[in-house]
Ligand binder design. Sequence first.
Ligand code: SF4
Length: 61
Amino acid sequence: MRGTDHVPIRCAALTGKVGERAACGIYEWRPNPCRELEPGSYGCEKARARHGMAPLDPQML
Ligand code: SF4
């Protein structure tokens, strides 16, 4: 959870630029909350909106 004490919040493991090209630098070892977040879920869409991103196309899921 390193990075959550910064403003804006940004996970220390996140590489790249959100909305363009981003990746998890510890994907194989990511914590359970990250593993449990499903694409298109309420939490996912809320995070996308926070970054000015459009909702996911349900046909892409
Ligand atoms: S999946 Fe989790 S650990 Fe990986 S960058 Fe995103 S918030 Fe960080």
